[in-house]
Design a protein around this ligand. Structure first.
Ligand SMILES: [Zn+2]
Length: 329
């Protein structure tokens, strides 16, 4: 048999017409095949196409962050109490104030905060939105450098002094290698922060409105509101992050606040459903989750990070071990 001419340009117009029709039919069939595969995938025949949802380490659904600012001497007592209850915290420190009245000394930073996160809060605690760009660079860069020297650990996050930031400040701190920055805008909610450099916490310790003067009647209402939020967190079944922030020195104010702090620690400690973490610990975990690589049909996943990541797919929890690839079935 004579081989068919392969040169398209030399074919008769009828032959060209037939080839175009055949190509169209093939394309339509291929499309249907793809659609069928996709449908099968959704039905779990060739692997799930459902979205992987993040779970916290160990497959937990709750995470707790406790973050305290300024590094004053009352941190010694606060950290001792946290250690007693097996809680970890993030401490945002002003390195130029260390060693001055009512602040910790530089020498004790490494010892006091052992096992906790040391984080930046600027060298001198200025309002970053009121100073020059050069001053922001110094305040954050110098704080980071000095705290890394004192803690002998990397400092990768911060809390804004007075909670104040703007786009210019954010751009500068990003350039300085800061990976998250906490504000003082309480959300009273348990969402995962969308923007790490504008990290709004859940609630101030004991629900106090920021820097409002003490008033026994108000304090009582705020405290009741605080425990409502804590109980809501403890009862929820959804993925929830509670981020409580404040200052150890507030506990030295009127009332039995150290006893109250211990009550709160008792309520939230030793809970098998809670992932206890620092702020940078959660940032690293979320980044590891975001960097998971899925196969086209979502039946396989690779975790390139050094952290094991837990995901939920089709109602099942999977542990994707660090540096591994596994089937999701
Ligand atoms: Zn502060």
């Amino acid at each position: 048999m004579r081989p068919l001419k392969s040169n398209y340009c030399q074919m008769s117009s009828e032959t060209r017409f037939i080839i175009v029709i055949l190509a169209l039919i093939t394309a339509i069939n291929y499309g249907n095949a793809q659609t069928n595969a996709a449908t099968a995938g959704r039905n779990g025949v060739t692997g799930s196409r459902e979205k992987a949802e993040m779970l916290f380490p160990g497959g937990k659904t709750k995470a707790l962050i406790l973050s305290f600012d300024d590094g004053m001497v009352a941190d010694r007592r606060l950290v001792r109490l946290m250690n007693e209850y097996g809680l970890i915290g993030t401490f945002h420190l002003n390195s130029n104030k260390l060693g001055t009245k009512d602040y910790l000394t530089k020498e004790e930073i490494k010892v006091v905060y052992k096992g906790h996160e040391v984080s930046a809060h600027t060298a001198n605690h200025p309002n970053l939105t009121n100073i020059s760009k050069a001053a922001v660079l110094f305040e954050v860069g110098e704080d980071r450098r000095e705290l890394e020297r004192l803690s002998e650990n990397l400092v990768r996050g911060m809390a804004y002094p007075f909670g104040n930031c703007n786009d210019s400040v954010i751009e500068i701190i990003r350039g300085l290698g800061i990976e998250y920055a906490r504000t003082v805008e309480d959300t009273y909610a348990f969402g995962i922060p969308g923007e790490f450099l504008k990290w709004n916490p859940t609630i101030h310790q004991f629900g106090k409105a920021y820097f409002t003067p003490d008033n026994p009647e108000n304090d009582k209402k705020e405290l009741a509101g605080f425990y409502q939020v804590v109980n809501r967190f403890l009862k929820t079944d959804s993925l929830a992050l509670m981020d409580v922030w404040g200052h150890s020195w507030e506990n030295d104010g009127a009332g039995n606040r150290w006893t109250e702090m211990e009550n709160f620690f008792k309520m939230v400690s030793g809970n098998p459903d809670i992932y206890y973490t620092t702020q940078i610990g959660l940032v690293d975990y979320i980044n590891a989750f975001k960097n998971l690589k899925f196969s086209v049909d979502k039946s396989m996943v690779t975790n390139l990070s050094s952290i094991s990541v837990f995901v939920k797919m089709k109602g099942k929890a999977f542990n994707i071990e660090a540096g591994s690839t596994r089937h999701l079935d």
